[in-house]
Design a protein around this ligand. Structure first.
Ligand SMILES: [Zn+2]
Length: 80
């Protein structure tokens, strides 16, 4: 986990690491990443995700599901 001591957006030192269910919307479809660790600034609402957090979001987000489907299609084609 990266260490962040101040908010890159507003410079606040109140920014802190949180661990909670993270939810977002993609084209009206809501999805939740359970107990995600990321930094949140209480002053400006900025959220910062490190690589590990991004991977978790990508694994669940429908915004990235098309990539996975394509991979599966390619694998199926190779088997034929
Ligand atoms: Zn901030």
């Amino acid at each position: 986990m990266i260490k962040i001591t101040f908010c890159p957006t507003c410079g606040s030192s109140n920014i802190k690491k949180v661990r909670k269910d993270w939810s977002d919307n993609f084209r009206g479809q809501q999805y939740i990443v359970p107990s995600l660790e990321f930094y949140e600034c209480p002053d400006c609402g900025e959220k910062i995700y490190d690589r590990e957090a991004m991977r978790k979001i990508e694994a669940i987000s429908p915004a990235y599901s098309k990539k996975r489907e394509k991979k599966v299609e390619l694998m199926l084609e190779e088997q034929e």
